[in-house]
Design a protein around this ligand. Structure first.
Ligand SMILES: [Zn+2]
Length: 422
């Protein structure tokens, strides 16, 4: 089946984006011949590292010049190497790419763009600078109440939850780990639920079944999983029967095993955005594993392919004194800020919590920064936001490289060696 929007964006990428022009010329690919799911496989795969090596080559030339520069909204996305990617969007494409998700949110769960909701947001950026961060934000139209993800301790989350209750939203848009912590607080302190709450959407992390159950049981509303990324927005969304259907109007999903697309088999998830023209992503590796079910027999009646996500960006916790915990992604922030201020000296990092208030930071510096060790340590410590982490003991180790865990083959940027059940 021909997908017109695919040919459109591939041709656009060929004409306006240096990287795609070069790669398609090298491989003798005619952009107009990419017209359906099968011909998509002519295009080479794209990895985060490719973009990190030459970010400018991925931005449409049109969006480097006036007047299109006026339309740009910037997002950032974390990489495992502690250097984030800046993602460009035309604000109009950004809105358009969410239409399909809104359509299903409304159809399945009865929420629309005018309904009040609450969420948590990451620190925002303007160009290269971190914008002074407000801890709470309310949209001008009074439709959204959000909280900054910095310093999510028990006390702060409890306070956020109280504000959420008085705001009385119709739905929550949360990361599973944050929803789980809120559920824990509600249970422990027997807190009331926001009276109008009728739906919770979870995204941004792998959703474990036990976590979902705890959230559902606590808040007594339907909970749906959404899989997406800053590069392409929503990719798959859960129907009422509990299946994640691909949002085929916005994105094409492939699951690749041994270099070839597979169905009903586990592999690496790749996406092709049909909406992002400012920075096109064609056959882009997500870093998650999954299974694509082509002929979905879902009782919901949708014929769209189903994506079963196998494991994803799971989240870890840092243990604080008094059995408190905060999400370990604050550590990624410290490394990212340090890289931002110093011109990206850190190539690889791993942080090990060896005890309450004790951390070992393993760092690999790029060759040209090898004499900058003391400056990097100093900057790292300056970029810690949370008081309880500022007070901790930080021990630094520098090495040539950090290897993945020998047992699982996976690289973990954070390892908590404190006892479980803290
Ligand atoms: Zn379904």
């Amino acid at each position: 089946m021909k997908i017109e929007r695919l040919t459109q964006i591939v041709s656009y990428a060929y004409q306006n984006v240096r990287y795609y022009k070069r790669r398609m010329d090298e491989n003798g690919i005619d952009p107009l011949s990419i017209e359906d799911y099968d011909s998509l496989r002519k295009l080479p795969f794209l990895y985060k590292d490719d973009i990190q090596a030459q970010p400018e080559d991925f931005i449409s030339e049109e969006y480097k010049k006036f007047p299109k520069t006026k339309n740009i909204v910037l997002r950032r996305t974390s990489g495992s190497t502690g250097k984030y990617l800046k993602i460009y969007w035309d604000y109009k494409d950004d809105i358009k790419s969410l239409l399909s998700l809104w359509n299903y949110r409304n159809r399945y769960y009865g929420v629309g763009p005018s309904d009040k909701f609450c969420g948590f947001y990451t620190a925002s950026y303007q160009g290269n600078k971190i914008v002074e961060q407000q801890m709470v934000q309310k949209s001008l139209d009074g439709r959204y109440l959000g909280f900054c993800k910095i310093n999510l301790t028990y006390e702060r989350l409890r306070d956020c939850y109280e504000q959420m209750c008085s705001f009385d939203p119709k739905w929550f848009n949360l990361q599973p780990s944050i929803a789980d912590l809120l559920a824990e607080i509600v249970q422990k302190e027997h807190l009331a639920l926001p009276p109008s709450l009728s739906y919770i959407e979870l995204s941004g992390e792998y959703l474990f079944e036990d976590v979902r159950k705890r959230i559902e049981q606590t808040f007594q509303v339907p909970v749906a999983n959404q899989y997406g990324c800053n590069e392409a927005n929503a990719i798959a969304f859960e129907c009422k029967e509990g299946h994640m259907h691909c949002l085929t109007d916005n994105v094409l999903v492939e699951v690749i095993k041994d270099g070839e697309p597979v169905f009903e088999e586990e592999g690496d998830i790749y996406i092709t955005s049909l909406s992002n023209y400012a920075m096109p992503f064609l056959r882009y590796q997500m870093g998650d594993r999954g299974i694509l079910v082509r002929d979905s027999q879902c009782p919901c009646g949708s014929k769209r392919p189903e994506l079963i996500i196998k494991s994803g960006r799971s989240s870890d916790y840092i243990s604080l004194p008094n059995a408190e915990k905060i999400n370990a992604y604050v550590l990624i922030g410290i490394v990212e800020y340090t890289n931002e201020y110093m011109g990206a000296p850190i190539k690889q990092f791993q942080i090990i919590q060896t005890g309450i208030g004790c951390f070992t930071v393993k760092l690999v510096l790029k060759k040209e920064f090898s004499t900058w060790q003391s400056g990097v340590m100093e900057n790292f410590l300056l970029n810690i936001q949370e008081q309880k982490l500022k007070d901790a003991k930080w021990n630094f180790q520098f090495s040539e490289c950090i290897l993945p865990d020998p047992q699982t083959g996976k690289f973990k940027y954070f390892i908590n060696q404190c006892k479980e059940g803290k």
